[in-house]
Design a protein around this ligand. Sequence first.
Ligand code: G6P
Length: 497
Amino acid sequence: MLRRQFEGQQVIVVANREPCVHETTADGIAVRRPISGLVTALDPVLRATGGTWIAHGSGTADRAVVDRFDRVRVDSEDGTYTLRRVWLTRGEERGYYHGFSNTGLWPLCHLAFESPRFTRSDWRHYQAVNARFADAVVAEAQSSRPVVFVHDYHFALLPSLVRERLPDAIVVAFWHIPWPSVSRFARFSCGNALVEGLLGSDIVGFQTPEHAGHFLDCAATIGEIPIDRANGTVGRPHGVVMVRDYPISVECPSRWARTAPSIDECRRSVRASLGIEPDAPLLIAVDRMDYTKGIEERLSAIRRLLARGNATVGRPVFVQVAAPSRTRLEKYRLLGERVRAQVEAINSRFGSGEYQPVRLIERHVEPSEIFRLFRAADACHVNSLDDGMNLVAKEFVVARDDERGALLLSQFAGAARELSGAIMINPFDIDLVADGIADALTLAEDEQERRMRMMRGHLADYDVYRWAGDLLDDAAKVRRPPQKYSPDSMAAASGSW
Ligand code: G6P
């Protein structure tokens, strides 16, 4: 459907993180796929539509492989597209990415009790980098009316900047992380600029109706902006902007399923490579090393469970993949230190001989390897303190074509709205999390099957192509002669949606 829909139509995606990073290694140039829900979701979509992905060129060998227009092809058997890299100076990267985006907006939007910090200099860098990416969009546009698909909190100003330069473009913005309530959003004193920046789009999409509602509340504080809450539309000089939820998803079936070994083989080889007993109960967690993911809370719960000496769980092994993330920020480095200390303390208190209850894998892990870990596990644990969606939960379900395994899921991840077959937990209640881990590792087989079937059925219906299809289909409805805002046009547009 996407292929057909976008035949002859140029799709330009803008997202800070690139789908593949080229790194210099001792053996030459290696390609790495970043651990990022955004990349997991967008890469298959762009392979289907073709087009251009504009991203920050962050790899050590990225410059070595681009052509003179800073472009490189991303090829696979399912389709190809162009990656256009934008280079940032160290100062820009510090101010826009580490500073404003990840020290300001990230803690502002996630309720994980870290204070956001905003500085004027970071804000200026953020404005300047958004303008640099707008230049790249204009340079890549082959007509006056491309579809420009803008992603995430790194580019809140971009939709309006693109609108000024390409007034007829179809601009869709998708915000992957939570949008805070009005009172929390007020902690950033130039917040209106972000809201107005996003409202340069035709569609502003969020993961949940709650986040979309918070955004409309923030838009309402600006004043003089006509808002139709019932239909989720906002009137702007360029036309009517639709604001609603489009919960993101994953490929189902996954492309990794084509080459993955059988479940039995995964169970055997993963346990053998980790040096654990062939029948050891295995719980897997896959996160970026980030304080919003509830890694410390998970380790506290594991400690509590082991201290209870719960015989029904046997000698469980907990594998925590923690991909290094944003390591230039002290908060992230300190988190890594605390997590390592916690793991050591648990292993020295509860380990014996060969048995080490917690395995911390603190490195980049390729998606195919993660897929094998999912297939080898008895349960997967997502413990986010606050999360827009969390695609690890969905990927685990997709990986289990044997309809076995239990998903333990934080009630504060967007995925909890859809994956009702999960065992839900409150990550702030350590005893309940410990109970949940024990329940997940001892869930009866028929109950595993019942829950997995339900969740797999949902994801088969609502996969990432459906997500992109819904968003871009709505965008196609605004593919009309450019219209100005008037009360009539607003009513007509919301009616057609
Ligand atoms: C979150 C964001 C994504 C981002 C990912 C990884 O999921 O919503 O936009 O790709 O974190 O973070 P990073 O800072 O490595 O891009």
